[in-house]
Design a protein around this ligand. Structure first.
Ligand SMILES: Cc1ncc(COP(=O)(O)O)c(C=O)c1O
Length: 434
């Protein structure tokens, strides 16, 4: 090329949750049946969409308005519905114009980081949901800035670490948090959220709260929305229909912007996100139209309750299978769709392996594990032996080693088999070379 055309952040665009799929497909070609435990798609794992929701969506497909463009920010009546929902809580308020629809939160993340001034950094949790960490890193051209989630403190954020990084790095303009968190499943208490907001207030930062899983909170766990504690701090909440209905294929997510009026710079930034959406015309119309009739239906709350209870029971199942394994640490999730297993410091080495009976699969796995991160090594061997596809924790912008699998398998027998096989293989792997 006459000019270099590759963006300075291009090599940061790594999404391990999907990357591992390529390896799994190679193993499938060699005859292994793959159990997909890498991605948070409940539909892929056999979840049946509620017939009453399908009926509403089917009804919408027979209305002409579903086939047109929507307003760039989203259908006004739907934005009003969502603003009313947000405003039913005590706290910072949103107007319909503070709601901005995107083609899934993946699209929103790309815009949020893509239209942020290059020198302005967002600090986020580690382990991190990699769409955020990769997009932030790609936007800045540097490694993503992170604060620690501490496994020795139930995966809660190390606020000392966060405060110090914010204090000594004045390029930090915002704090990202994910609540309930992916991958750890932890839910932030009101006090903790308040402390994060206080740090933001002290250093004149804005907050991005990814609340994708706000309706996937396990029984007995109290959930606090960011607008309940934001006070006057500029904040963006991210929400989506992907994990709730669930309808990830709708590609329908939205931002709720709070306290736009409190800061001119923040307001201008939000306007740039809206303008970016205008260039694209709009986001998907039909899924937006489904929100008031579905989320406003009295059956919705019951749906959310049952779904969360089911996931909580599976989390408890996974916990009981994993909790006594020597060399790993597990924390019972409080929400979301995932379970994370952490290898204790020093238990992994590059000699550990699992016996793979099929010579071609063994050769393939031995080839790709050379030089890879030690948790990825386990993940590859697990794929080779059991065909179980999980995601290494080092793929979540983390120096900690471990892996994440989902709580989504609907077939009880199959799920118990998967969890037991994972536990057995962890033990075997760790024992193969101490
Ligand atoms: C924390 C978090 N944020 C955002 C997303 C993206 O969701 P969407 O389907 O709306 O793009 C996901 C998907 O897994 C997620 O886990």
């Amino acid at each position: 090329m006459r000019r270099e055309i590759v963006h300075v952040g291009a090599e940061q665009l790594i999404y391990e949750i999907r990357q591992i799929v390529g390896v799994a497909h190679e193993i499938a070609k060699l005859g292994k049946d793959i159990k997909w435990e890498n991605i948070g798609d409940p539909v892929e794992k056999g979840l049946k969409i509620e017939p009453w929701m399908k009926k509403i969506i089917t009804g919408l497909t027979s209305e002409d308005k579903s086939y047109g463009y929507a307003d760039s920010q989203g259908v006004p009546a739907v934005r009003k519905f969502l603003a009313d929902m947000a405003n039913s809580r005590d706290g910072a308020k949103a107007a319909a114009d503070d709601i901005i629809f995107f083609n899934g939160l993946g699209d929103a993340v790309a815009k949020i980081f893509g239209f942020l001034k290059r020198e302005a950094r967002i600090i986020g949790p580690s382990p991190a949901y990699s769409t955020h960490s990769s997009a932030e890193a790609a936007h800045s051209g540097y490694e993503h800035l992170t604060y620690k989630l501490d496994p020795d403190n139930s995966w809660l954020p190390d606020l000392e670490d966060l405060r110090n990084k914010v204090r000594y790095n004045d390029s930090i303009a915002g704090i990202l948090l994910i609540n309930p968190d992916n991958p750890t499943g932890i839910v932030y208490s009101r006090e903790l959220l308040q402390e994060i907001v206080d740090i933001a207030a002290e250093y004149d930062l804005f907050i991005i709260a990814d609340e994708t899983y706000c309706n996937v909170v396990f029984p007995g766990v109290e959930f606090t929305y960011i607008n309940e504690v934001a006070g006057r701090v500029p904040a963006i909440s991210m929400k989506s229909v992907s994990k709730e209905y669930p309808w990830p294929g709708a590609r329908c997510g939205w931002l709720e912007v709070y306290n736009r009026g409190e800061d001119e710079e923040f307001n201008t930034y939000v306007l740039s996100l809206i303008n970016a959406k205008r260039l694209e015309v709009c986001s998907t119309t039909l899924p937006q139209l489904s929100i008031p009739p579905i989320m406003g239906d009295k059956r919705y709350l019951e749906h959310i309750r049952v779904q969360s209870e089911t996931l909580a029971a599976r989390a408890a199942e996974a916990y009981s299978v994993m909790k006594d394994i020597e060399g790993v640490q597990v924390i019972l999730p409080q929400g979301a769709l995932y379970f994370t297993v952490l290898f204790e410091e020093g238990v992994l080495n590059e000699r550990q392996k699992l016996e793979i009976p099929e010579p071609d699969i063994r050769a393939f796995i031995e080839g790709i594990t050379a030089g890879s991160a030690l948790d990825k090594r386990f993940v590859y061997y697990l794929l080779g032996v059991e065909g179980i596809c999980v995601v290494p924790l080092t793929g979540f912008c983390s120096a900690l080693k471990g892996f994440r699998f989902t709580l989504l398998e609907t077939d009880d027998k199959k799920r118990t088999g998967i969890y037991t096989a994972i536990a057995d293989r962890v033990k075997e792997f760790l024992a193969s070379s101490k």
